[in-house]
Design a protein around this ligand. Structure first.
Ligand code: SF4
Length: 246
């Protein structure tokens, strides 16, 4: 493990700003949760929250199609921090209906069937997870893909009418890994096997050199459809302010 003295000044400044933002979010919201995919960015935020005992809860969407390595991260977090990440599962009846009507892997057949699977296994459980909070936190970064180029640090989740924070908006992949290494944060072993972005097992592949970090997600689809519906209803706070005063 590196020491704090080995962290470059630019990264130290980002860490200081991150910690201040997390403290500010917790101070402004009585109930706020991090949605963790158990991948690198979310493990960074998990460390920043739990090592400093910031009052932000952490949950994960257990879709029923995750890699064993990803599920293993729940144990790693429990061992390292003594914290039980809350898990939200899909409704069994909805999964049974989808699988019975279309087949277990129908998401390969069309964008509509893929989005319906994500709706059942991710979006509905996410809505349940966020039903009792006034804000949520994500590990999204702007450079991850074209679909995230307009990401803002603070947004309004218009569909749920709650605040949404993306504290790593301006972090680079190198920043993330420098932090994880410096603080010896547990990471999903799939990252070392070419998976910078990790979702469900049948919908994620390792990337090739030169591909963007989300190229392995729903790799059979075009770049502009590659979101699962978890992050499509947000408005930058500046725009919310303009609308409110119009
Ligand atoms: S990522 Fe794939 S398996 Fe997971 S919910 Fe979406 S379509 Fe279904």
């Amino acid at each position: 493990m590196n020491t704090a003295a080995e962290i470059k000044p630019e990264l130290a400044a980002k860490i200081e700003r991150l910690n201040a933002l997390l403290d500010s979010i917790a101070a402004r919201h009585d109930k706020v949760k991090l949605a963790s995919s158990l991948a690198a960015e979310d493990m960074l935020l998990t460390h920043a929250i739990l090592s400093r005992q910031v009052k932000i809860g952490i949950f994960s969407l257990n879709t029923g199609r995750l890699h064993a390595e990803t599920l293993g991260m729940l144990d790693r977090v429990r061992e390292r921090y003594g914290y039980e990440i809350e898990q939200f599962h899909p409704q069994a009846a909805a999964v049974d209906e989808y699988v019975g009507s279309h087949g277990a892997n129908a998401f390969y057949e069309s964008v509509d069937l893929r989005k319906r699977c994500c709706e059942i296994r991710k979006v509905e459980p996410l809505n349940r997870a966020l039903s009792d909070v006034s804000a949520w936190v994500t590990g999204q970064r702007r450079e991850q893909s074209v679909t995230r180029a307009e990401l803002h640090e603070e947004e309004q989740d218009a569909a749920r009418n709650i605040a949404k924070f993306n504290p790593l908006t301006d972090w680079t992949e190198a920043d993330v890994w420098a932090y994880l290494t410096a603080f010896d944060v547990p990471v999903n072993p799939l990252h070392a096997r070419g998976y910078p972005s990790i979702g469900c097992e049948p919908c994620t592949r390792a990337i090739r050199p030169g591909e963007d970090s989300r190229a392995g997600r729903w790799w059979w689809e075009s770049r502009d459809t590659k979101e699962c519906g978890l992050h499509i209803t947000t408005i930058p706070l500046a725009v919310v302010g303009e609308n409110a005063s119009a």
